[in-house]
Design a protein around this ligand. Structure first.
Ligand code: ADP
Ligand code: NI
Length: 220
């Protein structure tokens, strides 16, 4: 199997596995992560093939789509053993997928450059306009409110504390996770991409509070 055939096979497998998912791990998320991972890999001098396959399969093992994390990882390992001749590559890709936090947040540090590229690409998809959309959809699917002024102080310094209260609104998710991701980026190119998305989220929040306050004004 040449590289192109291998990538096409991995795409097919990921599409088939993720097709019906509505928890934020749909095929389009995977496709963006795959393309961004390849872009970062190119800039950082990482192995683009390993990054592409790992990115394509990174959510297939998610426990939301499987009976358990172990069962999910086993499924991916089986596929790789069947399709890759190089056991070293299979081991590397499994190590990346196994280390990647399934919740996209903290997680163990990535030990290889390829793992760092894929993790950065996954984190980038939680940021910016797309990240905001995914957060709103995820919150809605869980039946959570967009925002609750009772729970969030408007004062900037207090808002930093607020993130630790974790009341479960969509806006709270910005503070508990999304705004922390920029400083967790592994690669310098990934960080550069994260900065624009981070700044856009800050702008979004500023506008959100502005409109909220305008809408909350008592009628004259
Ligand atoms: P990934 O590993 O791809 O980051 P997650 O399952 O952690 O996937 O999250 C999927 C999407 O849902 C992400 O965009 C994430 O920011 C969002 N999300 C995760 N947890 C929450 C939450 N508690 N409230 C709102 N959005 C969330
Ligand atoms: Ni993901």
């Amino acid at each position: 199997m040449d590289h192109e055939q291998l990538i096409a096979a991995a795409e097919g497998f990921a599409k088939e596995q993720l097709g019906r998912d509505t928890t934020g791990h749909d095929w389009f998320h995977t496709d963006r992560v795959r393309n961004t991972a390849a872009l970062i890999a190119g800039m950082e001098g990482a192995d683009v093939l390993v990054c592409t396959i790992a990115a394509l399969l990174h959510d297939v093992a998610d426990e939301k789509l499987n009976d358990s994390k172990e069962a999910g990882l086993q499924k991916v390992a089986g596929w790789l053993e069947e399709h890759l001749e190089d056991a070293g590559q299979t081991g590397h890709i499994m190590q990346i997928i196994g280390t990647m936090s399934f919740s996209g947040g903290g997680g163990a540090p990535m030990s290889t450059l390829e793992g760092q590229c894929v993790q950065d690409a996954d984190r980038l998809d939680a940021l910016g306009a797309i990240g905001i959309a995914r957060t709103m959809v995820f919150s809605g699917a869980k039946g959570r409110p967009v925002y609750d002024p009772q729970e969030a102080p408007r004062d900037e310094s207090l808002r930093k504390e607020y993130r630790d209260y974790s009341k479960g609104t969509a806006v709270n998710h910005f503070y508990e996770k999304l705004l922390k991701l920029k400083d967790l980026m592994n690669t310098s190119y990934g960080r550069k991409l994260a900065e624009e998305r981070h700044d856009f989220m800050l702008l979004y929040l500023e506008q959100f509070y502005k409109e909220w306050n305008q809408g909350s004004r008592k009628p004259l």
